[in-house]
Structure formats: C-alpha cells, structure tokens
Ligand binder design. Structure first.
Ligand code: AMP
Ligand code: MG
Length: 507
C-alpha cells in the first residue's frame, strides 16, 4: 500500500501510542528468557523527517493491525525508530559467523534493533528494524541502511512470500533525507521486518565455546519453535540428543529451502552462516538476484569475486554452513557421529524436494529416475544459450501447439527443438490432459519475478519520493503466477540497452 499522505516531520515528539492494545501483550522473549550476554539494550536512532513510503497490509494483518492502525502516527513512530512496543525496550542481539568461508568472530546486529514480539491472530511475531543505527556490534559500520538496499529487501521479502518460499517478511519501508555515504552519497531508510524468530546459525556459533549459554539458547529455541525436538524429561542429560534432533530438523528445512531457491533461479548472494535462519527462512536480503539469462555458475554479488555463492553452489554451501552449526553444538556434549547422522539427510531431502519441484515445473505427474537426463539436458540447454530462466519454464506450458514463443527464447532454436522433442515424448507417457497440465504448470512457474532491472526502476522512482512503482511491483509479486493483461513489461527480461545492475555487499 502506497502512502501518499504527508507524514509528521518529527516522530520523536509523538507519544508512544498503544498500537497493540487489546492483544495478548507485547514482550521480548529473546531478552526475557536468555541471559543478558545475548544482547544489549540499545535505542534505535530516529530517522529525521521520516516518511512511510510503503506498508504491506497483508503483513500488518499477521500482527493483528488493521488499515486504521497503519495510519496512526504511532505506527510511523514505531517503524521510524522512535516508537516502542508497550513496555518493551529494544535490543540488539549478538552473533558470530563465517563470512565467505572464513571465521569472522563476533558480528551481531550491527544495524538491527529487535523491538520485541507481539501476538498476532495466528502466533507471535518478532518485530525488527533494519538500518536503525549503531549498536555495540556495529564494528566499523555506521548502522545505516540506504534506501536502495532497503527497497530491495522490502520487495524481495514479498517476492519470496508470493512464490511460497519461507522468508522473513517486510512490514514497512520508511525513508528519510538523512545522508549516508557509500560509493556515492545516498539517503537512509529503515525496513521493519517480522519473523517468528530471527535466530541464526551465527547465534549458535557465537556460543560454540560456552556450554552454559549454548544450553540456554538451545532450550529457548527448542521450547518456542521446535518443541517436537525435545528429547526426554531431563533437560540437562537429554540436551545432546535434543540438539541433534534440532540439527536434523534445521538440516531438512534448509535442504528444502535450497531446492525452492534453485527452482526459481534465486541467488542469495551472501550465504554467510550469520545469514542462515534457524527456522529455515530466507534471511537478510542484500546483493541477491533472480536470474534473467540462465548461467549455472551465475554470481549475483559483485563482491563475491571467487564465485563462492554462485547459483549452482548454493546447496553445497548450505551443507557447509550446517556443518559449522553442527560443530557449535559439540560444546553441549553432542558426539561427532550423532551430528554427522543429523546432517546426513541433507542430500536426499534436497533431491526429493528438487525433483518433486522439477516434475511440477515440467508438468509431469511423477519424476522417474530416467528423467534426470531430461533435467540435466534442460539446464545444459539453458546455460549454453543463456535463455531466460523464468520465461523458459513459463512458456514450456504452451509448447503443445505452437512452440514459437518458447523457441524464441533460444539463440539456436534447433537444439531447443531437439530437447522439446524429448520432452514431448516424455509427456506422451504422462496421463494428464494438456489443459490440466498447463493450468498446473502456470501455478508453479511464475510469470513475474523480481528482476534486478525492475527493482532498479522502483528504487530510482523511490529516490525521487515516488513509491508508485514499488506499489505496482508489490501487486505483481503478491500473485506472480496470474497473467495480467497489459503487464508484459513486468514479465520481460531487461532489454539489451538496459544498464546492467551491479549489486554488492555495500548497502
Ligand atoms: P551482512 O553482510 O549484511 O549480513 O552484514 C554482516 C554484519 O555486518 C551484520 O552483523 C550486520 O549487522 C553488520 N552490518 C552490515 N552493514 C552495516 C552497517 N552499515 N553498519 C553497521 N553494521 C553493519
Ligand atoms: Mg546479515
């Protein structure tokens, strides 16, 4: 929802209204249930002249906030860093991590404030500000986030949710004129995001040498989000077994998440262990990219000079990251063979989810072992011809009669035709009627994804104070499968004269 109404220029003068009055109450389970060593109470910095550029009513509804609440000055105050959840002091949490394969030590929320958690109609949600100022964990950083990267996080959260991929969600985007120095001068913005929990692998890595804290963290995470992993009546004696069960569940969730990323051509860009969610959510959108022209080793992050986080490396990187998580659990007395056993199902869970997804994308009722060849030939074809990832899948559903629009995606239609013949021979063995198949394929192969150039257009308009392009994109991304007449440009790859968008870690 675009906000066109002028916002108050100073939110710090506003009384913190009780936005969440009448609900089961706001709190901060992270700070209430974990020792003080896990966080620092620190106030977000207020943005000056904040402007609520955009808000997502569907995400607000998860918190029990209706349209009227989103117009309240208290809502802007909350999202601009000056408001508070009733009775809750914001905190920044500490974590560590491996960045680009190297142990980086303490990181933590260098520019994020956890405002607390609230009860929504279907469960509790943590509310976090990103770009809300320095914290004790900021290291050399300024605590800011620029409008450009905030728009990207805001849009990507919706894009992934619209695709049915687990993700943190973005509630609101607040812009300001506060200057921020990056490669060029930019302005500051804050994204308010929500998730059941923002706990990362990095939180566990931080306590890898401290059994007392690791036990507290394990108990906290298991009690809230993984009650089925709890083994036995004795928390102390049973903790190693509980930790292994937790690891097994995080392994399965992460494996399924990787399959989902691969199937939509999503590259995260910075799969450091501190950007991996314990809940299996896509977390921390930075220099991510949805591929246009397919390249198996596509690297979306310009800072990733060695291609560590290339598209085709993502599942293996996730496995590597899970192994770092496993190592951090050894302090609880978990034995290496038990941890290895918990990690072992990654590949089979990933492949099962990936093949099931490929079968759906190809419109097949099942995936047979011999289909692996067809799948491999598909990727090879797309890679060699740099065909558009999204449209190649989407138009496949229309190749039954006139295959021209699909063949047009390939520089060498001859070899595409050869693949298509194999595919159609396979379809002939599949009992589903073609109209049903097409309808099913159109429900899993999106037409609209968040292409970099589309995000860039929305950013450029937002930098001029115009959120209308964000609004239009958000609408398409909410239902990326339904074709909207007149929306062709949102489905198209960038034209040859579109300036390439370079995204890096600088944000
Ligand atoms: P990222 O690579 O964005 O996941 O960030 C890694 C760590 O650096 C996280 O702990 C962030 O909070 C922190 N960080 C990133 N950018 C900034 C910034 N501008 N100021 C302070 N901390 C930052
Ligand atoms: Mg991060």
């Amino acid at each position: 929802m675009r906000r066109t109404d002028p916002s108050p220029s100073r939110t710090d003068a506003l009384a913190p209204d009780d936005l969440f009055a009448g609900q089961a109450g706001a709190g901060c389970s992270f700070a209430q249930e974990l020792p003080p060593s896990f966080y620092t109470r620190v106030a977000p910095r207020h943005l000056r002249e904040p402007r609520l550029l955009h808000v997502n009513p569907a995400v607000a509804a998860l918190l029990g906030l209706d349209a009227a609440a989103l117009d309240a000055p208290a809502f802007l105050a909350l999202c601009a860093g000056s408001g508070r959840l009733p009775g809750v002091e914001p905190v920044a949490t500490v974590y560590s991590g491996h960045q680009f394969g190297v142990w980086a030590g303490q990181l933590g929320d260098g520019r994020a404030h956890l405002l607390g958690d609230v009860a929504g109609p279907q469960g509790r949600w943590e509310i976090q500000l990103k770009g809300s100022g320095r914290t004790p964990y900021s290291r050399m950083g300024d605590g800011w986030a620029v409008l450009r990267s905030s728009v990207r996080e805001y849009l990507a959260s919706q894009a992934m949710d619209g695709l049915g991929i687990p993700t943190t969600q973005a509630l609101a985007l607040v812009a300001s004129r506060d200057p921020v120095i990056r490669e060029t001068p930019e302005t500051a913005a804050v994204v308010t995001r929500i998730a059941p929990s923002f706990v990362r692998f990095g939180h566990f890595e931080h306590w890898a040498h401290s059994a007392i804290e690791q036990a507290a963290l394990l108990d906290y995470v298991v009690a809230h989000w993984f009650p089925d992993c709890r083994v036995g009546p004795s928390a102390d004696a049973d903790r190693p077994a509980t930790a292994c069960r937790l690891l097994a569940e995080v392994t399965r969730r992460t494996a399924r998440l990787m399959a989902q990323w691969q199937l939509v051509g999503f590259c995260h860009g910075v799969m450091n262990t501190d950007n991996m969610s314990m809940l299996g959510l896509t977390l921390d959108y930075g220099p991510y990219g949805f591929m246009d022209a397919f390249q198996a080793n596509h690297v979306c992050n310009h800072s990733d000079t060695l291609g560590r986080y290339a598209w085709n490396a993502q599942p293996a990187v996730a496995q590597w990251n899970l192994t770092r998580l496993a190592e951090s659990l050894q302090v609880l007395g978990c034995l290496a063979p038990d941890l290895e056993a918990a990690l072992a199902p990654f590949e089979s869970v990933f492949l099962q989810a990936y093949y099931a997804g490929m079968a759906q994308k190809f419109g097949l009722s099942d995936w047979r072992p011999e289909d692996a060849d067809l799948g491999n030939a598909w990727w090879k074809l797309l890679h060699e011809q740099r065909a558009d990832f999204t449209l190649a899948f989407r138009r496949l559903a229309d190749t039954d009669g006139d295959a021209r629009s699909w063949l047009d995606l390939f520089a060498d239609p001859q070899s595409a035709r050869q693949w298509l013949d194999r595919y159609q021979a396979r379809l002939a063995q599949d009992p589903r009627p073609q109209p049903d198949r097409k309808a099913a394929m159109d429900r899993v192969n999106p037409l609209y994804v968040l292409r970099n150039h589309l995000a860039q257009q929305a950013i450029q308009a937002a930098q001029q104070g115009d959120a209308s392009e964000i609004d239009r994109l958000m609408e398409r991304l909410q239902d990326p499968y339904a074709q909207r007449p007149g929306d062709e440009r949102y489905a198209q790859p960038p034209t040859a004269d579109t300036p390439p968008v370079a995204v890096s870690c600088s944000s």
